[in-house]
Design a protein around this ligand. Sequence first.
Ligand code: ADP
Ligand code: GN1
Ligand code: MG
Length: 374
Amino acid sequence: MAQNSQRYDLVEVGRSFQLPGQYRDGVPYGSGHINDTFAATYDQGGRAVRYIHQRINDRIFRDVPALMENIQRTTAHVRARLRAEGVTDPRAALTLCPAADGLPYARDPEGAYWRTYEFIEGARTYDVIETERQAFEAARAFGRFQDLLSDLTGPRLHETIPDFHHTPRRFARFEEVLAADPCGRAADCRREIDLALGWKAEASRLLDLCAQGLMPERITHNDTKLNNVMLDDQTGAGLCVIDLDTVMPGLSLYDFGDMVRTATNSGAEDERDLAKVTCRMPMFEALAKGYLGTARAFLTEAEVEQLSFAGRLLTLECGVRFLTDHLQGDTYFKIHRAGHNLDRCRTQFKLVADMRNLEPAMQRVVQLTMKEQA
Ligand code: ADP
Ligand code: GN1
Ligand code: MG
């Protein structure tokens, strides 16, 4: 399950892209749960230049050419909008390197799909957010990303994973796996199962508002965990939104909610000591300020109203997904130890419980921020 650069011939991968220079080395990179990511260094006339090679998980993304078309379209659009606004830093948007045949991906002899990005230097991602400024900058960047894509023309983007944030369907799948209990694990996670079932009634709230026409479909990122945005090492500013596999039609609150899920957590997503896992209100405040700063101009009243709920929903959904994966034998998220997905589920459910208590406080923060920014 774990990334293993030995498993892949990165020299050959590099050759299948139009990259100048000589391959020097490649190392597994980042802590994503889905793709296999490598940072590779090339010698370009004595200068060391890095690229990101990524093996795309095609068990999860079933139509990689369609996914890559989404990424091509959205990165080109973001780049054009930024250029029009006078942003010249090439690191402000992901840049795909074309394969030898000009396509945005290449296939290796086993048929696996690879893509290559220019490496964004002088910036980094954070698994656990350390300061309120980081939360603010990340939220600004994701809000701006939604804004930049709001005028994308042409056909609807492909749904790279259908029903990705359809929480009721995530629950339905959970109950299906629970009933089958294929690995006999249900008995050992009765507490988590009961918690999930007890919270099920909340799962459809945003979709119901959408069905009533109160919440519009937009182009959203859908995977806004805080290690999917790069912050500039020098200035600390949100520099570039990455991990664009799930950019597709969605609700704005999926993005805000997943930021709340990840940035307010005082511990790691897989922390075993739940005393270390609490929802940090100052981080919520920073997220609300950052996100509303770039998104309030286009948000509807109902969207603003549900900002205080979105985090809880996305945290619940993610916890249910981890629990489902634990019950089905860890087939979706990469795991690095036995029980890893159950540990992840437990942190999420601890946060959900905290967020339930904090909803009135979150609502006050949103209202105050709206007033301040009016
Ligand atoms: P996953 O879908 O597995 O999460 P990501 O696209 O998020 O994969 O990549 C994993 C990690 O690799 C990121 O969290 C980030 O730290 C790093 N990364 C990805 N793309 C770049 C890039 N273009 N430049 C620098 N680092 C990158
Ligand atoms: C996955 O790809 P990554 O690691 O950024 C997952 C998200 C989950 C997240 C939980 C395509 O994100 O939906 O919220 O793990 N991505 C996909 O950490 O399923
Ligand atoms: Mg990622």
